[in-house]
Write a protein that binds this ligand. Structure first.
Ligand SMILES: Cc1ncc(COP(=O)(O)O)c(C=O)c1O
Length: 404
């Protein structure tokens, strides 16, 4: 390991390398099937329309969309975001929307507002690795709370808060991804949602609800937003990355009243204003394009891919494995039997020309050694089936070393 430069702060050591980037090189080799990155498939995005709309916007409104813009985002986009959220049955107020450069930035500034260095926060076990990078860089103590097939477990949350209180630690926030969770693919049961909100409200813990995948449900369904259950205690993060294009870098926070002004100031001091050109494209997509149709089509394609991967993989799994069954989003999570390690499997998988992300990076320190995340969003059903076949060969090779 490199010795950190003495000019660098302790906090700077907290930023984590992305485990997706760790397998990036292997995934770029010719012929490799990647089940690693959580990338949307941009063949499902309206690229022709985006090309025309960009040219038109620059030609007709160049002096506006290439100029600095409002610190909290354009009024037009904030209205469009309210409409997009309404399509997911989430009610929000345009005045409470802060537009950001992707929801990653929203998480970063919300964390700055809610947490001091050394504070404790609660997250799901496992959780989105990009969030762990934000929390590491902010110098936070991260407590992972167990999940099951129905998402975060309310009793476990209550117990953890009680236990921490005994140590004189009050968590400063709960970070949760209730819908089609990254990396586990599970969804918080409707019956648990009011309980989670109530437990946190009673304990004085604000919730950060991260929902980039909620619109990509495989079956139409209503998922109650935690923000809607308690708009004054829950900050909602949304994104155009998975339902339009991540390269536009447009996300947002729907914030409680008390957070709006500090959030805008924190955002302005980070990026001055979110990109007006990207915002205008995102607003046009909602206002003048069939965004509902495009997203519904994408969800149907992702569903077909999830099924293709599952059907090909299940018969090949080592006895005693567990594979989550997502009902939307991009990911499924595999737990291998006792005695197996994901890192040994990854070496064998790379030899077989298939890659995935080992689970440990998403979990509490020391956990996740026999778990892994598989993304089905990017490859075709045929390639996913072939990827599963190659994983099957990797299982066979690794089984020999487990038995040895
Ligand atoms: C749970 C979660 N939150 C946030 C993000 C970041 O999204 P954005 O591109 O909007 O910054 C991702 C991206 O993979 C994600 O999976």
């Amino acid at each position: 390991m490199l010795t950190p430069h003495p000019y660098l702060t302790t906090r700077s050591h907290g930023f984590l390398p992305s485990p997706v980037r760790d397998v990036w090189e292997a995934s770029m080799r010719p012929g490799v099937i990647s089940l690693a990155g959580g990338n949307p498939d941009l063949t499902l995005a309206p690229l022709e329309w985006l090309a025309d709309a960009s040219a038109r916007l620059i030609r007709d409104r160049g002096h506006e969309v290439l100029q600095y813009g409002a610190g909290n985002g354009s009024g037009g986009l904030r209205e469009s975001i309210v409409e997009l959220m309404a399509a997911e049955h989430v009610h929000a107020d345009a005045a409470g929307i802060q537009v950001t450069a992707g929801s990653q930035m929203a998480l970063d500034i919300v964390t700055k507002l809610l947490c001091e260095q050394g504070d404790t926060i609660l997250v799901e076990d496992p959780t989105y690795v990009g969030a762990l990078g934000v929390f590491g860089g902010a110098g936070l103590r991260v407590e992972h709370v167990p999940m099951d097939a129905d998402g975060l477990v309310p009793e476990a949350l209550r117990e953890r808060i009680r236990h921490l209180a005994g140590e004189g630690r009050r968590p400063r926030m709960l970070y949760t991804i209730p819908n089609f969770q990254n990396p586990r693919g599970v969804t918080l049961a409707e019956s648990r949602r009011p309980a989670i909100v109530e437990i946190c409200r009673e304990a004085g813990i604000p919730i950060v609800e991260d929902n980039p995948y909620g619109m990509l449900a495989f079956e139409p369904r209503r998922l109650t937003s935690l923000h809607e259950l308690d708009p004054e205690h829950v900050v909602y993060l949304g994104s155009f990355s998975k339902v339009l294009a991540p390269g536009l870098r447009v996300g947002w926070a729907a914030a409680p009243g008390w957070m709006r002004r500090p959030l805008q100031l924190a955002s302005e001091s980070t990026v001055i204003c979110p990109s007006p050109l990207s915002q205008a494209l995102a607003a046009d997509y909602v206002a003048h394009h069939d965004f509902r149709g495009i997203i519904a089509n994408a969800a149907a394609v992702y569903r077909e891919r999830a099924t293709a991967l599952r059907q090909a993989l299940v018969p090949l799994l080592p006895a005693g494995s567990e594979l989550t069954e997502p009902t939307g989003g991009f990911f499924t999570w595999l737990t291998l039997p006792e005695g197996w390690t994901t890192h040994a499997l990854l070496d064998a998988a790379i030899d077989e020309h298939v890659v995935f992300v080992p689970g440990a990076s998403f979990c509490a320190p020391g956990e996740g050694a026999r778990e892994l995340r598989l993304a089905f969003s990017f490859e075709t059903p045929e390639r996913l089936a072939e990827g599963a076949r190659r994983l099957g060969l990797a299982f066979e090779r690794t089984a020999a070393s487990v038995a040895a």
